[in-house]
Design a protein around this ligand. Structure first.
Ligand code: HEC
Length: 457
């Protein structure tokens, strides 16, 4: 037994031996390509000009085989495929540093983008961190705060005291009070859905409930999804969660909770998107009703999806999720599909060590778009209606780390246009389209702000 433990320890050690990508670059590439990839004996790796092809695969090929005639040896013998993959990602990071995403022109508060001009108007400023937003009748808003509060805000930005009697949350890392979603038929049924980290900080997981608000008090609570206690853990990461409705169904997401492999296992709630009837019953035609002890699962292989939205006029469910270092993804979510985490990813570990050389494998879904380097995707919506005529049908996706909103237009062949429409106004936590078509954003710094995107001719 002792020997076995020693042996297992040895395996753990050796499998961790992959070097930080920065060290790999410094050791093997810098002498010719320069500290920042600017070039020297070798060509610039950051000017967007590629002699030997501009795909990831072609870069990996050059690094593996080298260009002996040009004076670059091949590294296939001394570096693993995973390490070469991490260098390809690192080149993209260097490129981004050399040419950071440009902010749209902003002249006296007027943001000028490709198809639409707009201003941002502050609706409500909060010294606490708001996390999710949804819309109530009479142009009122309802927001969550990560620390546990649920709060109604009037159309002119006056906050009510926190709703009393909301579920007790576990506040840990990225966990707390998460998304809020007002049922599309709220006027008839009064339902409001909440996703939150439940349990104790050392023993928690994402739960979804619905309830009603009467006299600023949470009442009539019903469980929509509560995973078994055995799935709780003490990790402070990857809780998801966003909520979306279609017809009689509610969809929501839970991240991998730091247990990567569980994202692949359909008997774990980690790293999944779920579909239930709006009252929490399992639809009989869900993809895993036969095979899984968790028949609410709709798709798997997710890392940390923090955005869910339906494309207007269609049944297409879309999501963005956080990758590790690189590999944030935009996905079209289809039932029963496997989105690949952690078997395939365009990213590497935060410390610069590789995860896998595979970005794509048969049977696993490719993202429609991936952000490498990461922007830390959080919140997305579709522009719908005639409020922003230049953006009709486009995706607006938020980024926490990059402090951006990106606009992505999806055509029949996939991504058709991509543009940064807001930058450096705060970390983008949530972005939602109100019933009247107006778009609202939660921007986060020390506190947070709810702002409206006001179109301008
Ligand atoms: C001894 C110098 C040298 C070293 C070391 C070196 N390279 Fe190169 N590299 C070159 C030269 C020279 C070229 C070809 C430039 C040309 O043809 O314009 C090149 C080309 C490339 C290209 C293709 C560029 C293009 O325009 O398509 C990539 C990618 C690349 N190197 C990556 C790396 C990486 C990653 C490392 C470290 C693992 C590395 N190189 C190490 C000299 C070097």
């Amino acid at each position: 037994m002792k020997n076995f433990l020693k042996f297992a320890g040895f395996i753990l050690l050796t499998s961790n031996l992959s070097a930080d990508v920065k060290d790999l670059y410094r050791q093997h590439c810098q002498v010719c390509h320069g500290q920042k990839g600017q070039g020297g004996l070798g060509s610039s790796l950051v000017d967007g000009q590629w002699t030997y092809g501009n795909s990831d695969a072609e870069h990996a090929e050059v690094i593996t085989r080298g260009l002996p005639d040009m004076g670059m040896q091949g590294f296939g013998e001394i570096l693993s495929d995973k390490e070469i993959r991490s260098l390809v990602i690192y080149i993209q990071e260097l490129t981004r540093q050399a040419d950071p995403a440009k902010a749209p022109r902003n002249h006296q508060g007027l943001f000028q983008t490709q198809h639409q001009q707009y201003r941002i108007r502050e609706v409500f400023k909060n010294h606490r961190k708001m996390w999710g937003i949804s819309f109530l009748p009479d142009d009122k808003f309802i927001v969550t705060e990560i620390d546990g509060a649920l709060r109604i805000i009037t159309a002119d930005g006056k906050p009510a005291p926190p709703v009393k009697g909301t579920p007790e949350i576990a506040r840990k890392g990225q966990g707390g009070m998460l998304d809020v979603a007002v049922h599309p038929d709220y006027l008839k049924n009064g339902w409001i859905y909440l996703a939150y980290a439940e349990g104790s900080p050392d023993h928690c997981i994402t739960t979804v409930v619905r309830g009603r608000i009467k006299e600023n008090t949470w009442v009539d609570e019903e469980t929509i999804f509560r995973a078994d206690e055995k799935f709780r853990n003490g990790a402070g990461v990857h809780f998801g969660s966003r909520i979306a409705f279609r017809e009689d169904y509610v969809f929501f997401s839970i991240g991998d909770r730091g247990r990567q492999q569980h994202a692949q296992n359909i008997d774990y709630p980690n790293g999944k998107i779920f579909r239930l009837h709006e009252d929490g019953r399992v639809p009989v035609d869900n993809p895993f009703v036969q095979e899984s002890s968790l028949p609410a699962i709709w798709s798997r292989g997710h890392r940390n999806p923090q955005a869910l939205a339906f494309r207007p006029g269609t049944d297409e469910l879309w999501s963005t999720e956080h990758g590790p270092r690189g590999g944030d993804e935009l996905n079209r979510i289809l039932p029963g599909r496997n989105y690949g985490w952690p078997t395939v990813t365009y990213g590497m570990n935060y410390n610069g060590t590789p995860i896998t050389e595979h970005t794509s494998l048969p049977g696993l879904e490719d993202p429609v778009w991936h952000w490498t380097p990461s922007i830390a995707t959080c919140g997305m919506t579709f522009a719908d209606g005639d409020v922003y005529p230049g953006w009709q049908g486009d995706i607006l996706a938020g980024g926490l780390k990059a402090q951006v909103i990106e606009r992505l237009r999806i055509g029949p062949e996939g991504l058709a246009e991509r543009e940064v429409i807001l930058k450096d106004q705060g970390r983008v936590r949530d972005i939602k389209t109100a019933p009247d078509g107006s778009i609202y954003v939660i921007l986060e710094s020390t506190g947070s702000r709810l702002v409206k995107i006001v179109p301008e001719k």
